[in-house]
Design a protein around this ligand. Structure first.
Ligand code: ZN
Ligand code: ZN
Length: 256
């Protein structure tokens, strides 16, 4: 807010606390709140401050609002408009890039925080990919089950893959591992520590690295929690990318 807006906000505060208007106060408040818009929510923050009892219940009129109160209460007012649970993301007319998704999601959340848009909670988690898509993504196509099971026992890493398939999880081996750089279809690997002047030896791990499991889920399906589309990492409500994925994205099984 600028000094003109700060003056109006201070006049609003004066109605509660009888403070005297001053140009110096307006300039100081504008400086302290230069990244906070002087909008209806800022005015509501002042009203909320004076509507709340003091911490010790003392109502003797010694309360005195400071810029940090406006900042904090305005954020609180706006956060209250954003639901705790997942809410729907309006699908774009055509496909969108990760950057476009983040931008549109941010705009949607800002509109909800402004009160211009109502968040629509997600009631049920239903979708996974169509079985034919899931099959194509696992890379195992129409391999007969008995062959698949035999392979699972024979090769390290394949057993975990088979178990994941039966659970309905995304196939981690369908993507390269971002951690150990194992290629697509190759199990994750680890290196035994070097001894003396001998280099370490590579071994196959029996289970994929967690980062690979996340990467496979991102590649295989949209997120039922944050609505990141297929191929786009999960995002926080503020638009920053999530470190990992939302749990609902890891399994195609709908939540019970
Ligand atoms: Zn790995
Ligand atoms: Zn997500």
């Amino acid at each position: 807010m600028d000094a003109v807006e700060a003056t109006k906000l201070l006049a609003h505060a004066a109605a509660f606390d009888n403070r005297k208007p001053s140009k110096a106060a307006s300039i100081a408040w504008a400086e302290a709140l230069k990244d906070v818009p002087g909008d209806a929510d800022a005015f509501a923050a002042v009203a909320r401050f004076y509507a709340q009892p003091t911490q010790d219940g003392n109502l003797d009129g010694t309360r005195w609002i400071q810029p940090h109160h406006v900042r904090q209460l305005r954020r609180q007012i706006r956060d209250e408009r954003i639901p705790d649970g997942a809410f729907t993301y309006p699908l774009p007319a055509s496909s969108e890039t990760g950057a476009e998704f983040v931008q549109r999601r941010r705009q949607q959340i800002a509109a909800i925080a402004d009160g211009r848009l109502e968040a629509e909670p997600i009631k049920q988690l239903t979708d996974g990919p169509h079985p034919s898509v899931a099959d194509a993504l696992t890379g195992v196509g129409r391999m007969p089950d008995h062959v698949r099971e035999a392979l699972a026992d024979a090769l390290p890493g394949r057993k975990a893959r088979e178990e994941a398939r039966l659970r309905g999880d995304a196939d981690a081996l369908a993507v390269p591992c971002p951690w150990c750089h194992a290629n697509t279809n190759d199990p994750c690997k680890r290196r035994r520590a070097a001894k003396g002047d001998k280099p370490g030896t590579w071994f196959h791990r029996t289970s994929p690295h967690p980062g690979r499991t996340d990467a496979a889920a991102i590649a295989a399906r949209a997120c039922p929690s944050c609505h990141a589309p297929m191929g786009v990492p999960c995002a926080h409500p503020d638009g920053r990318f999530h470190d990992g994925v939302h749990p609902g994205r890891l399994s195609t099984r709908p939540a019970a």
